[in-house]
Design a protein around this ligand. Structure first.
Ligand code: MEV
Length: 314
C-alpha cells in the first residue's frame, strides 16, 4: 500500500503589536490550528520529470529549477532554499498545495503555504525538518510577500505556539491565565501587507516625531497585554485590544470596513476588538465572553463579514 506523504501548517492571528513589530516592538501572535495549509507529495504524472509544484487554488503549476539564479515566485523559492539547505537533489515528484486560509487577509497564508511546502519537501527527500532552519527559510520567502517582514508570521506558524515576539530575539512563548474566546471576522477585502508596511515606513521616514511615539505606545500595549493575558484578566485584554486598534488607525492601516466590524463587535457585547495582521482589509478579531459569542457572530455577519471563525485559546 502506498503511504501518503502530507504536511501542513496553521494560520495565525496577531493579538497585539502588528506593524510595531517591524520596528523592534514586542507583539503577541497565536496559531489558528483549525485553519491550515496542506502540501501533499504525489508521484509525477507519466512523462513528467523533476520537481513540480501544483497549487490549483492559486492557479499555479510550476516546475522548480533550483539552478535558476533569481527566483521571484515564493513557492519556487521555498523549494530551492529547502533543497539548498539540505544539499539534496530535487526529488521526482509533484507537491500539491491546498489551503483553507484566505490569501491577503492577515492570517499568514503565505507563510503557512511555504511552511507546509517546505515540510513536505523535507519528507520527500527523507529528512526531518529542523524548526529553526525551517523558520529561517520561511522568513527568507516572507521577504517576497512582505518586503521587510519582522519575522512574526513565520515564527508563530513554524513553531505553532503562542509567541511573544521581539524581532531578532530568541523565541519566547506566553501562557494564558484564562481561556480567550476570539472571533475572527473577515472583511472579504484582500489587502497587501507589503503596501501597508511600506506606507507605515514612509510615515516613519517623513514624520518620525508623530509616528515613532505611536509605534512605541503599541509596544507598551503588547507588554501590558501579555501580563493581562497571563493573569487571565479578560476585561483588561479587551480594553487593550481596542486601544491597539485606535493606534493602528493612526498608522493609517485600518479601513472603513475594518472599523465598522470593530465597532459592531463592541456594540454587540465584545470585550474588545481590533484589526489583525497587515490591515487595510483582511481580518479583525473580537474578544468575547463565551456566552455571547453567537450574538457577536450574528452582528458581524449582518455588518458584512464574509466569514466569522471562532477560536478558543486555552
Ligand atoms: C503581518 O502579519 C504583521 C506585520 O506586523 C508585518 C510584520 O511584522 O512583518 C504587519
Amino acid at each position: 500500500m502506498l503511504m501518503t506523504i502530507e504536511a501542513s501548517a496553521p494560520a495565525k492571528i496577531i493579538l497585539f503589536g502588528e506593524h510595531a513589530a517591524v520596528y523592534g516592538q514586542p507583539a503577541l501572535a497565536v496559531p489558528v490550528s483549525t485553519l491550515r495549509a496542506y502540501a501533499e507529495v504525489c508521484p509525477n504524472p507519466d512523462g513528467l520529470r523533476g520537481l513540480h509544484i501544483d497549487a490549483p487554488d492559486l492557479g499555479q503549476h510550476l516546475p522548480v529549477d533550483i539552478h535558476a539564479e533569481t527566483v521571484d515566485n515564493a513557492l519556487a523559492l521555498t523549494a530551492k532554499l529547502v533543497l539548498q539547505a539540505l544539499s539534496a537533489p530535487p526529488p521526482d515528484v509533484t507537491i500539491v498545495l491546498r489551503s483553507q486560509i484566505p490569501i491577503a487577509s492577515g492570517l499568514g497564508s503565505g507563510s503557512a503555504v511555504s511552511t507546509a511546502l517546505a515540510r513536505a519537501l523535507c519528507l520527500a527527500v527523507g529528512r526531518s525538518p529542523d524548526l529553526a532552519t525551517l523558520n529561517h527559510l520561511v522568513y527568507e520567502v516572507e521577504k517576497i510577500h512582505h518586503g521587510t517582514p519582522s519575522g512574526i508570521d513565520n515564527t508563530v506558524i513554524v513553531y505553532e505556539q503562542p509567541v511573544y515576539f521581539v524581532r531578532n530575539q530568541p523565541l519566547e512563548t506566553f501562557t494564558l491565565g484564562a481561556p480567550l474566546t476570539l472571533l475572527i471576522g473577515d472583511t472579504g477585502i484582500g489587502a497587501s501587507t507589503k503596501i501597508a508596511v511600506g506606507d507605515v515606513r514612509r510615515l516613519v521616514e517623513t514624520d518620525a516625531a508623530a509616528t515613532l511615539p505611536i509605534i512605541q505606545a503599541i509596544g507598551e500595549i503588547s507588554q501590558m497585554a501579555r501580563a493581562a493575558i497571563e493573569r487571565g484578566d479578560i476585561q483588561a485584554v479587551g480594553q487593550l485590544m481596542t486601544e491597539n486598534h485606535a493606534l493602528l488607525c493612526r498608522l493609517t492601516v485600518s479601513s472603513v470596513e475594518l472599523d465598522h466590524l470593530v465597532v459592531t463587535a463592541r456594540q454587540a457585547g465584545a470585550v474588545g476588538a481590533k484589526l489583525s495582521g497587515g490591515g487595510r482589509g483582511g481580518n479583525m478579531i473580537a474578544l468575547v465572553h463565551a456566552e455571547n459569542a453567537d450574538d457577536v457572530v450574528s452582528a458581524l455577519r449582518q455588518a458584512g463579514a464574509v466569514r466569522v471563525v471562532k477560536t478558543v485559546l486555552v
